[in-house]
Write a protein that binds this ligand. Structure first.
Ligand code: NAD
Length: 451
């Protein structure tokens, strides 16, 4: 069982410019009681990962106090009319973790098991992710406790417009910019953008990213996370000496990220041996055509039942013989229970938080190369940043330019994280955290404490 660390640590070591750390010296250096996180919740894990980085950075207690909790949290309950005339009351959230490096940025998740701790964790991870990719954003996340699969398009639209209105006090192109996440898509973003634009009385394209291209979306955004994953896997495969064209790949989750990742890796010559969705997994050691699986899913609603593969559980998929494992669904998938049975040499965390800290340690001890989520899935927010810039300038790029800029950001981030991991002799996750947390801490120190 991991324990989030709460002791006193060293002095401010991030930026010693005269006068800057002095502002922090005035703060009470005693550790404040941390925001209570549910034991082993995603937020407890996020705080534990932050604490590890804070230890390595020898971050002062005051900076820890500032960075280990979100700056703003909004929880809303709101009514939505169902198609049959009845009313359902739903709960939603929007959390902004850090505003120090710019406006906050992060997806909107519709999921029946969401809670505030999940959203806090996802917002905090967004902060470090934006910093690792060196984007001028802090992290945010939002969501609604709902199963979108049970709602009609009309109900989803009314839900989205009302939720957007409820959290609109926090949103704005210079304040906080949502994007799609699990259970939401470009149509959700179009409704959000339209709702804010109706309130303003004019069109505000830069209020969301991940919207359709005909209303100001960016070429390449839909596939950006998956493209970023495949750029990183090229680098990682080269680093561990694995020829990608002979690699066997298992992917958990066949949604926006998982399905495109399968296609990109197949195009690079890799063999996709397993895929899954919420209903189960499919496996064929000789290879699966993701295009045919997409067609099968379109017809049946699931990858399960695809005739040219055997059916497995999602848990079994994680333990299959393969070279690369890409979790691209939920958090908490690789745990201390199954980490010792994961056979893949490279684990690329397209999902947020798929590996628990105990599992991380086990994978590290077994010599597995883990591309951590805050690096691995940064492609989505990177192209969201490009979309936001294009929207603010009303000047739009062609797809080759978007992809080339994305590749530059991803390979720079990979090289910086790998160099830090080698120089400091730490895991890729700790290295990514060192870079992300240090950049945010620098911004906090440089700006000082208001008033
Ligand atoms: P999505 O909703 O499009 O797809 C999610 C997939 O996971 C679906 O195939 C669904 O069936 C599957 N799934 C749901 N519950 C499951 C379960 N219990 N076991 C196995 N599979 C299950 O979502 P997405 O946008 O592809 O996001 C996937 C992950 O990637 C999430 O963790 C998300 O936070 C992360 N992510 C997404 C983006 C993005 O741009 N969409 C960016 C960064 C990170």
């Amino acid at each position: 069982m991991f324990e989030p660390k709460q002791g006193r640590f060293g002095v401010v070591s991030v930026d010693h410019k005269a006068g800057r750390s002095a502002a922090f010296a005035l703060l009470n250096d005693e550790e404040v009681a941390p925001m209570p996180a549910k034991r082993e919740s995603a937020f407890a894990i996020a705080q534990f990962q932050f604490d590890c980085a804070a230890d390595l950075l020898d971050l002062s207690p005051c900076l820890r106090q500032v960075l280990r909790v979100p700056e703003r949290e909004l929880s809303v309950h709101f009514p939505v009319k169902r198609d049959d005339g009845s009313i359902m009351v739903l709960q939603g959230f929007r959390v902004q973790h850090s505003l120090s490096r710019g406006p906050t940025k992060g997806g909107i998740r519709y999921h029946p098991q969401l809670d505030l701790d999940d959203v806090r964790a996802l917002a905090m991870w967004m902060t470090w992710k934006c910093a690792v990719a060196n984007l001028p954003y802090g992290g945010a996340k939002g969501g609604v406790l709902v199963d979108p699969k049970l709602l009609s398009p009309g109900e989803l639209e009314r839900l989205t417009r009302r939720y957007t209105t409820e959290i609109s006090i926090q949103l704005g192109p210079e304040k906080d910019i949502p994007a799609p996440d699990m259970g939401t898509n470009e149509q959700t973003m179009a409704w959000m953008m339209d709702t804010i634009s109706m309130h303003k009385g004019y069109t505000v394209p830069a209020i969301v990213t991940g919207k359709p291209i005909n209303i100001g979306g960016s070429h390449g955004r839909n596939e950006a996370t998956a493209r970023g994953v495949s750029f990183l896997l090229v680098e990682a495969a080269r680093h561990v000496g694995l020829p990608l064209d002979r690699a066997k790949v298992a992917i958990q989750g066949f949604g926006k990220v998982g399905a495109s990742t399968a296609r990109f890796l197949h195009d690079m010559g890799a063999t996709i041996v397993a895929l899954s969705d919420s209903r189960g997994a499919i496996y064929n050691p000789n290879g699966i055509s993701s295009t045919q699986v997409q067609r099968h899913k379109g017809l049946t609603g699931s990858v399960v039942g695809y005739p040219e593969a055997e059916t497995l559980t999602n848990a079994e998929l994680l333990e299959l013989p393969c070279d690369i494992l890409v979790p691209a669904a939920l958090s908490h998938q690789i745990t201390r229970e199954n980490a010792s049975r994961v056979q893949a040499r490279v684990i690329c965390e397209a999902a947020n938080g798929p590996t628990t800290p105990e599992a991380d340690a086990i994978l590290h001890d077994r010599g597995r190369f883990v591309l951590p989520d805050i690096l691995a899935n940064a492609g989505g927010v990177t192209v969201s940043y490009f979309e936001w810039v294009q929207g603010l300038q009303s000047f739009f790029w062609q797809e080759p330019e978007v992809n080339a800029q994305l590749e530059k950001v991803m390979s720079t981030a990979f090289r910086q994280v790998l160099r830090t991991a080698q120089e400091r002799n730490v895991t890729m996750r700790n290295a990514a955290y060192l870079i992300g947390v240090e950049r945010v801490a620098q911004a906090v120190l440089t700006r000082g404490i208001y008033p």
